[in-house]
Design a protein around this ligand. Structure first.
Ligand code: B12
Length: 210
């Protein structure tokens, strides 16, 4: 079933993909397994885009499909008993970048793992992050970015947080497609998370949650 789902998403068969997801949820499949299949499909879509067989409309449809799939499995994830709230995390895709599939998964995983999440959306300016830290007072800030251009925006965001005198108030993690530990060093963030669960582990470690 999950192989069928990978193929349906990768081949842009939206209706079939959503039908399969619903069937998998009803059949008791693990929500994480469904998300994993969706991620594999996006990798294939990315390869096809790089090879020139897919173009921007396919990437956009992929984004839409991923968001719809997340909506279908959200109620299932929320059923996982998790009463204790650990702390607050501010999340956003940095300025100039509009990729949000990865960020949405990170927000969602933080939420179901007991964090109060404020998601600022995409193309978020350093100033907007600074203002939101002042208002929301998170312990952790998560910056997402998928473009090489995003590395500078991440660096500028970390610097703006520093200039505003808030750097000691928050731990900053970064992530997204091409982000690595090298990029982390360049931006001055505290850590790099390779996927959503890595983000959850970092946030838990920083707020002292088990
Ligand atoms: C889908 C997609 C799009 C969609 C985005 C839809 C959406 N709503 O997000 C659309 C069509 C809009 C798009 C647009 C563009 N895209 Co695009 N896109 C992709 C694609 C195929 C998939 C990215 C994705 O969402 N992956 C799925 C997620 C789930 O991936 P993931 O990495 O596993 O996510 C995990 C981690 O990254 C991590 N994570 C993510 N964020 C964070 C944050 C924190 C704090 C932590 C801890 C972890 C974390 O957790 C996630 C979940 O586990 C990639 C190719 C690829 N193979 O990646 C290109 C890609 C990223 N795009 C690319 C480009 C060039 C563009 C455009 C500039 C194209 C154009 N000419 O207009 C525009 C950019 C516009 C802009 N200003 O941002 C390039 C970037 C190249 C570069 N190095 O800069 C790529 C790599 C394709 C390529 N090979 O050329 N794109």
């Amino acid at each position: 079933m999950s192989k069928k789902l990978v193929k349906a998403i990768a081949d842009m068969r939206e209706e079939e993909a959503l039908k399969l997801v619903r069937e998998m949820v009803e059949g008791g499949s693990e929500p994480m397994a469904i998300l994993d299949a969706a991620r594999k499909a996006v990798d294939i879509i990315g390869q096809r885009y790089e090879e020139g067989t897919y173009f921007l409309p396919e990437l956009m449809l992929a984004g839409e499909m991923l968001n719809q799939i997340t909506e279908v499995i959200k109620p299932e994830m929320a059923k996982v008993p998790e009463v204790k709230r650990h702390g607050k995390v501010l999340v956003g895709t940095v300025e100039g970048d509009i990729h949000d599939i990865g960020k949405n998964i990170v927000s969602f995983m933080l939420d179901v793992n007991g964090f109060d999440v404020l998601d600022l959306g995409v193309d978020v300016s350093p100033q907007k992050f600074v203002e939101a830290i002042g208002e929301f007072q998170p312990q952790v800030v998560g910056l997402s970015g998928f473009l090489a251009l995003a590395f500078d925006a991440m660096k500028e965001t970390v610097e703006a947080i520093k200039t505003a005198g808030l750097r000691d108030e928050v731990k900053i993690m970064i992530g997204g497609g091409q982000v690595s530990d090298e990029v982390r060093k360049y931006t001055g963030a505290d850590a790099y998370g390779k996927d959503a669960m890595a983000g959850v582990s970092l946030a838990k470690e920083w707020v002292g949650a088990k």
